[in-house]
Structure formats: structure tokens, C-alpha cells
Design a protein around this ligand. Structure first.
Ligand code: NAD
Length: 360
């Protein structure tokens, strides 16, 4: 286990057990150089404990990079509750989990993730303040519109880099997924003059988007082969893989889904070899995290929007760095994250505590 932690560079992993309420959870704190570790709690019926540990380690490390590149003063963390979100949720399970979060005294701040909802966050909040994404005046609300806005400005930055103009007038965008992020994104794309081709596994959901925005429907498997300028994955992870990359007929991949590359290095390399510009997923989809951070930093809506829009400049910088150094865009963004963390380490050398001296 320690070898695994050393490999990814994790600071702390907490195993939480409360058999009476059926709680088995793991909280992973990857890196707190920049600030408290923030990341959602995922509830999932993992086949083995080892699968749960691997997932939480991978996800928490991703949060460190996402926050660092977004310029946030947050570290990376994530938690998993092992269980079926459809049948095993109770108030006491989440309150028990909330007490474990409280024991970390703010080193870890939680939020919603796959399998958890606003109601679950409210149960957690009964036991700890270190939770975001609750309803009401303390909450920052649905993050999807902010994520979609970040993806939209990110697509424009990619268009500027590849086509020399950020305007999407007359461009064709193939959108995978018709969920919360995708719907908000399609409205913006169409508003900017783009033609949208879209898919989802739920046909009624996608047909509604087609009717509302004049988008064109294709079946799920056909989205990869659509002749387009931009392919925008907004559904699942690992959609950029050995099977799909050779099928793509686009110049840019830029979308909100997490963990798009099945194998980070190999598949980023395959995209580059095909001459496709890849906007690193954790950079372009940071709008939701920026919005949640407003609950901690007390930012206004205008400040949140401004920060989300800075994704445009961040991506331009990443694309430029990748080109200048002849490296992959994902390597360029990883470097930016690692450099920011290393520099923060450096400035934190200076002692700022208040020593108590009792010398008579
Ligand atoms: P969502 O559940 O609302 O939408 C996902 C959609 O994808 C659903 O409509 C689903 O039916 C569809 N889908 C699933 N499998 C598919 C397939 N094989 N082909 C086509 N469509 C498929 O989720 P969301 O909140 O819109 O998030 C979308 C993605 O963005 C996820 O990967 C999520 O992790 C990521 N993300 C979301 C946010 C946010 O603010 N919501 C923030 C960061 C990242």
C-alpha cells in the first residue's frame, strides 16, 4: 500500500469504518501545498477494496492538478464510500462519514460526485462544516453552467490556436452526451453560430436538445466518425482510446468529461500524431470546481465568471508551451501544475508562526 502512495505522491489516506451504519469509506489527501484538499465523495459498489483504493488515489491526484492549473489555493483530495448509491444510503451513514471528515479539521473539504447528491451533502453538513455543494444561501448551486462556460471559452481558445480565429461561426461541433454540461454548452455553441451534431444513449434526452437548438442527432457509436471541426466529449471517461482515436475526423478535441484519455500519455500521443489538438480535460472542465471554491473564498458571481473565463488564457498558454517545447498539451499542463506547487513549496519555507517563549 505504501508503495502505491509513494508512486502517486499522496500525503495521507484515511480508512473510515462504522459497521453499525454500514460505512466503509476511504478519504485520500494527495497534496495540500496550495491549500485544503477539496474533492467530491463518490459512492460506488466497488468490486474489491483494492479497486476503491486505486480509484480514490487516482481521482485525488487529479484534483491537485486541476486546482493548481486553475490558479486556486486548494490541494487535491477525494473520497469514496463503498456501497450501492441506489440501495444503501441512509442519513446515519452520511452523518457518520461527516464525523470522519470533521476529524481532519479542514485538511479535506468534500463535495458531490458520482453517486452522491445535495441531500447527502446536507446530511454530512449536520456533522461538519467542511462540505460544499449544499442547497440554500450557503451553497453555490448547480456547477454545470459554469463547467459548460469554461468548456465553451476553452473551445474558442482551441479554435483560435488551430484556425486563427476564436469565432465558431460556421464550425461543426460533435457533442457526446446531452446531460447537464452538454445542454448548457450546446446553447452557447449555437449562440456563437456553430452547427451542432449530438448524441446520447437516452434518445428522448437528445431529441429535446435537437428540437430546442436545431442540433442534429446521430446514434452513440456514430459520434466518433462525424466529419467536424471539434469533437467535444461530455459524457463518460476513457472515450479517447485505441478504437476511437483512429475514427476521429476533427481538428480539436475539447470537452467537459473527466478522464477522457484511456491511457494519459499513449492516447495523448496518438491524438498529436493525428494532428488533433487536445485540450486537457482537467483544465477545460475546471469551471465547476471554480464555482464550488466560491463557497470557501466568498467570491461574487462576477468573480466566479471572470475566473472561469481565465480558462481561455490558460489553455492558450498550454497550447503555446506545448508547441514551443514540442511536448504534448497534457505534459504542458502537468508542468504548469507541478511548477506552481513547487513554487508554493518554496515560499512556504519562510516561518510565519508565533512562537511562545517562556524565559522568565
Ligand atoms: P450528466 O449525467 O448530466 O450527463 C452525462 C450524459 O452522458 C447523460 O445524459 C448520459 O445519458 C450520457 N451518456 C452516458 N454514456 C454515454 C455514451 N456512451 N454515449 C453518449 N452519451 C452517453 O453529467 P454531467 O454533469 O453533464 O457531466 C458530464 C461529464 O462532465 C462527466 O464526465 C462529468 O464527470 C464531467 N464533469 C462535470 C462537471 C459538472 O459541473 N457537472 C464538472 C466537471 C466535469
Amino acid at each position: 500500500m505504501f508503495a502505491q502512495l509513494e508512486l502517486f505522491g499522496h500525503e495521507q489516506v484515511v480508512f473510515c469504518s462504522d459497521p453499525q451504519v454500514g460505512l466503509r469509506a476511504i478519504i485520500a489527501i494527495h497534496d495540500t501545498t496550495l491549500g485544503p484538499a477539496l474533492g467530491g465523495t463518490r459512492m460506488w459498489p466497488y468490486a474489491t477494496d483494492a479497486d476503491a483504493l486505486t480509484d480514490v488515489l487516482r481521482l485525488s491526484r487529479g484534483m491537485t492538478y486541476k486546482a493548481a492549473v486553475a490558479g486556486l489555493n486548494l490541494g487535491g483530495g477525494k473520497a469514496v464510500i463503498i456501497g450501492d448509491p441506489h440501495t444503501q444510503k441512509t442519513e446515519m451513514l452520511f452523518r457518520s462519514y461527516g464525523r470522519f471528515v470533521e476529524t481532519l479539521r479542514g485538511r479535506y473539504i468534500t463535495a458531490e460526485d458520482v453517486g452522491t447528491t445535495v441531500r447527502d451533502m446536507e446530511w454530512i453538513r449536520m456533522e461538519t462544516r467542511y462540505v460544499t455543494g449544499v442547497a440554500g444561501e450557503h451553497g453555490s448551486g448547480d456547477p454545470s453552467p459554469y463547467t459548460a462556460h469554461g468548456v465553451f471559452v476553452g473551445i474558442k481558445a482551441a479554435a483560435k490556436t488551430v484556425f486563427g480565429s476564436e469565432s465558431l461561426e460556421g464550425r461543426t461541433v460533435a457533442v457526446q452526451g446531452a446531460g447537464n454540461v452538454a445542454r448548457n454548452l450546446v446553447a452557447k455553441l449555437v449562440g456563437d453560430g456553430a452547427r451542432v451534431i449530438i448524441t446520447d444513449i437516452f434518445e428522448d434526452k437528445v431529441q429535446q436538445v435537437c428540437r430546442e437548438y436545431g442540433a442534429q442527432y446521430v446514434p452513440p457509436d456514430a459520434i466518433y466518425t462525424v466529419d467536424c471541426d471539434i469533437f467535444s466529449p461530455n459524457a463518460l471517461g476513457a472515450v479517447l482510446n485505441d478504437t476511437t482515436i483512429p475514427q476521429l475526423r476533427c481538428s480539436i478535441v475539447a470537452g467537459g468529461a473527466n478522464n477522457q484519455l484511456a491511457d494519459e500519455e499513449r492516447h495523448a500521443q496518438m491524438l498529436a500524431e493525428r494532428g488533433i489538438l487536445y485540450a486537457p480535460d482537467y483544465v477545460i472542465n475546471a469551471g465547476g470546481l471554480i464555482n464550488v471554491t466560491s463557497e470557501i473564498e466568498q467570491w461574487s458571481r462576477e468573480q466566479v465568471v471572470r475566473k472561469v473565463e481565465s480558462i481561455y488564457d490558460t489553455l492558450l498558454r498550454i497550447f503555446r508551451t506545448a508547441q514551443e517545447h514540442n511536448i504534448l498539451t497534457i505534459e504542458a499542463s502537468n508542468r504548469i501544475a507541478e511548477e506552481r506547487i513547487a513554487q508554493a513549496h518554496h515560499i512556504h519555507r519562510t516561518f510565519v508562526g508565533t512562537p511562545t517563549i517562556r524565559n522568565g
